[in-house]
Design a protein around this ligand. Structure first.
Ligand SMILES: Nc1nc2c(c(=O)[nH]1)N[C@H]1C(S)=C(S)[C@@H](COP(=O)(O)O)O[C@H]1N2
Ligand SMILES: [Mo]
Length: 325
């Protein structure tokens, strides 16, 4: 989603494909920092330890498979789902989150729920997880950059949480604020976005049963790079709406200003429903590449309206989705 141009001015739509240089650079910087002594020995050991911890985590988390929410497409390989990520707080390259999210501390964690609700609350992670029975749901996720994956998520409908806090009649939208701690997130040093990463939904969208408050995937707690310890997953919207590592949920009267719509409003609207008929200003959204299926002769898949989740169509019946993209 970064705007990148090659030296001859040609736009390169998929930064993922062209950034080994970037990895190389950041690795070189890291080594340079060690050499200059700006990363102390102890800190270095601790970082290595955390990285190992993150890689070995894989703590089990069970969810009862919900057959109502299973797509027929074959799930993506765990390796792909955990090494090809967007999580700009850890760097803008697809490989960065898996490399650097070891420094994220997903426990202890708490989440604040405030604003237009009768029962504002601060919940620790375990209380939040226990709020409703965990389900496993296999969802397609379509990134605005033109690729998709299929992932077995574990969580429960966000609506269960919304009900508990009793929104007031003034609650028209929900804002999701995610962690922005420079000590845990090296990517915050870069001003690609105005941190923290903020996302939002209209309250009826948030209450749609498809909207999943998510704690795990592939039978395990969320790997750090996938938004540990809690994120949302909104399968009918472009992936960037599915905010990772949430620390605050605010019920508000006005449409929230989201990180991507502030960074580039003409490219990333508030709704961002997957829509093959509405092109991104710099590329078509008509088709997508399924990660793991790439090969020279592999055909791209046709992108489906609402990513195939037609059950959400009624939420937008009155809206011109070319205008409210
Ligand atoms: N906090 C935060 N959440 C985020 C992002 C991010 O950079 N920061 N990237 C988004 C984008 S663009 C996508 S495509 C999905 C990717 O989720 P995944 O890595 O679990 O597949 O996370 C979304 N959530
Ligand atoms: Mo994305």
């Amino acid at each position: 989603m970064l705007i990148k141009r090659s030296p001859n001015g040609i736009e390169i739509p998929f930064p993922s494909e062209i950034t080994p240089q970037h990895i190389f650079e950041s690795r070189r910087n890291f080594i340079r920092q060690i050499a200059l002594g700006s990363i102390a020995g102890g800190a270095l050991l601790e970082m290595a330890g955390r990285q190992a911890l993150a890689q070995n985590s894989g703590q089990k988390l069970a969810g009862k498979p919900n057959p109502a929410y299973v797509v027929m497409d074959r799930p993506s390989a765990y390796k792909d789902a955990t090494t090809y990520n967007n999580f700009y707080e850890f760097g803008t390259d697809k490989a960065d989150p898996a490399k650097y999210a070891g420094s994220l501390k997903p426990r202890p964690w708490s989440i604040v729920i405030e604003g237009e609700v009768k029962k504002p609350v601060m919940l620790d992670l375990d209380s939040l997880i226990k709020l409703a029975p965990l389900e496993e749901r296999i969802y397609r996720l379509r990134c605005v950059e033109g690729w998709s994956m299929v992932i077995p998520w574990i969580g429960y409908s966000l609506s269960a949480l919304i009900k508990k806090v009793e929104p007031t009649g003034n609650a028209k939208f929900i804002e999701f604020v995610t962690l922005a701690d420079p000590k845990q997130m090296p990517g915050l040093r870069s001003p690609v976005l105005d941190w923290p990463y903020v996302e939002g939904l209209r309250i009826d969208e948030a209450n749609h049963p498809l909207a999943l408050l998510t704690f795990g995937m592939y039978g395990e707690v969320l790997p750090h790079q996938n938004g540990a310890p809690v994120r949302i997953v909104l399968p009918w919207k472009y992936g960037f709406k599915s905010a990772k590592s949430i620390v605050k949920i605010r019920f508000v009267r006005e449409q929230p200003k989201t990180a991507w719509s502030r960074a580039a409003p003409q490219e990333y609207g508030f709704y961002s429903n997957v829509n093959p008929a509405v092109d991104h200003p710099r590329w078509s959204q008509a088709s997508e590449r399924r990660i793991g299926e790439d090969g020279f002769f592999t055909r791209k898949r046709k992108t489906l309206m609402f990513n195939g989740y037609n059950e959400v169509a009624s939420l937008y019946a009155e809206m011109d989705l070319g205008k409210f993209f």
